[in-house]
Write a protein that binds this ligand. Structure first.
Ligand SMILES: [Zn+2]
Length: 504
């Protein structure tokens, strides 16, 4: 073949390739799910798998979270325009607009001047329905990242107003941080939502009657914490929604001939990791996984048209599967002993401090409450020695019991933390910051001890800077393979949706 002729054939093949590519993309993904485990770094994902393994199975490595079995796994860097360690606001901006910005900013550029269009807005303009589901308040950084444009994530009321203006179809999860503004002088957001055609649903009974064709909806969990977020999964009652229920209802209500884009956030995975509470984090990761399972079930009916992405905006807490005093042993099953989250337990500590006369307050007096909620045991040296002997002889129950006994060193830390919790006087020094940050001293010491007994440890109360995994399944999943930046996630999702660029 002459050189010229070869070029001719190469050109023809390329043109056919381009054409086929265009046709494939023109079909586009009709149902896009973006699941964001806020703060859900790789170590927390795997800790959850190991916990399941320890609790359910004799066979090491048998238990997996559904999404860690997805056919495509990528890695995504998360640094933002101002720091190697991102916050949730700049992270969601990167993922949903493809642009880096600074921490605290939602969907504006780093200079806080130019508004950035979000993929959710583009999907809405293209005729798709849009759903936003989160366990935290609907005006919190990650859900706000779908519809809001603001120089500060703390502008909760302004963000809520933008939610009401978004025209998106389904909001579900927590409530609003300041429904009448921070100074309580503004028009009630619930009135504005009604004026804008939204129906607000706040009870299980009403929720269960919702069927398509739906009005525009805002579904709020019947109980909320002091930040207007849903309770942790570990603390929920039967009246509370699970993230899976909110996702399933969203699928049912959003399904339509033009398809939908739904973002589902496990928002308190991050909060549990900030508080260094591994048991609460695992509970919320399991709750999050059940929500992913709803999308997987739906995708089985629409395998050619559904794309499911599961990722995190950053990792939190510097979680390590290992601890200096436990060597190479992990015993995540010991976390089963913890019955409530740090959030609920801190309230119990506060109530005890408030209701018990100072001369009656003691760690020993409070111990039954600690034992009930964390399974920790205050044993004498003889008791420990006897149990250790039995454990050595193969008594599994004795081994489990002695594993929950507190050591002298642990007791000393608890005594100090107890005193700080009771007096409310926390020294303003580096040591106190390292031990407690702003958390209730006794509670955070207990969640640290639980982690240490299980063989895990934390290095910070903040976010960390390592890349996060991206799991993908369904149409276009192959786009998410490899190592890339969080801004690339936007371009990849957009390519999968085959939405053409909008003129801004
Ligand atoms: Zn985050």
């Amino acid at each position: 073949m002459s050189g010229k002729l070869r070029y001719f054939w190469v050109a023809i093949v390329c043109m056919v390739g381009l054409f086929v590519g265009q046709v494939a993309f023109a079909a586009g993904v009709k149902y896009l799910f973006l699941f964001i485990g806020d703060g859900m770094g790789l170590a927390s994902i795997h800790a959850t798998e190991l916990y399941l393994n320890d609790v359910n199975s004799e066979q090491v490595g048998k238990e997996h979270l559904s999404f860690t079995r997805f056919p495509v796994v990528g890695l995504m860097s998360t640094f933002d325009a101002g720091s190697y360690i991102t916050d949730s606001a700049s992270a969601i901006t990167a993922m949903i607009t493809g642009q880096k910005t600074r921490s605290g900013i939602i969907n504006l550029d780093a200079e806080r001047t130019r508004e950035l269009t979000t993929l959710a807005e583009e999907a809405k303009s293209a005729g798709m329905k849009v759903g936003v589901v989160s366990t935290v308040s609907l005006d919190h950084a990650t859900p706000a990242g779908m519809y809001a444009h603001t120089p500060s994530r703390n502008n909760y009321y302004e963000i809520a107003l933008q939610l009401a203006e978004s025209g998106f179809d389904y909001f579900a999860g927590g409530g609003f941080r300041y429904p009448t503004g921070k100074d309580k002088s503004q028009e009630n957001i619930f009135d504005i939502l009604t004026q804008n055609g939204y129906r607000v649903v706040q009870s299980r009974q009403e929720f269960e009657t919702l069927t398509p064709p739906a009005e525009k909806l805002v579904v709020i969990n019947p109980t909320l914490d002091t930040s207007s977020a849903m309770p942790y999964a570990i603390d929920r009652s039967a009246d509370d929604f699970s993230l899976a229920e909110l996702t399933r209802k969203g699928i049912e209500l959003l399904d339509n001939p033009n398809g939908f884009f739904m973002m589902v956030e496990g928002g308190k995975i991050d909060w549990a990791c900030h508080a260094n509470d591994i048991r609460a984090a695992i509970g919320d990761i399991l709750d999050f996984e059940q929500a992913v399972a709803e999308a997987i079930a739906f995708s089985k009916q629409h395998p050619e048209e559904t794309l499911i992405i599961v990722t995190a905006d950053h990792a939190t807490g510097g979680l390590s599967l290992g601890y200096a005093l436990t060597g190479s042993t992990l015993r995540l099953e010991l976390l089963e002993n913890q019955k409530v989250s740090h959030e609920v337990f801190a309230q119990t500590v506060k109530a005890y401090a408030h209701n018990t006369p100072p001369d009656k307050q003691s760690l020993q007096n409070f111990w039954p409450v600690i034992q009930e909620n964390f399974g920790l045991l205050w044993l004498s040296d003889e008791e420990k020695a006897q149990l250790t002997e039995k454990a050595k002889a193969g008594d599994l129950q004795a081994a489990k019991t002695v594993a929950m006994a507190v050591s002298e060193y642990e007791l000393a830390r608890l005594e100090e933390a107890f005193a700080a919790s009771m007096s409310g006087e926390i020294p303003q020094n580096e040591e106190a910051q390292l031990r407690y940050e702003g958390y209730d001293p006794l509670t955070v010491t207990l969640t640290h001890l639980m982690g240490e007994k299980a063989g895990i440890s934390w290095t910070t109360y903040s976010h960390t800077g390592e890349p996060v995994p991206v799991f993908a399944m369904g149409a276009g999943a192959e786009l998410f393979d490899g190592w890339y930046d969080n801004t690339d996630l936007y371009a990849k999702m957009k390519q999968a949706l085959a939405i053409t660029a909008q003129v801004k």
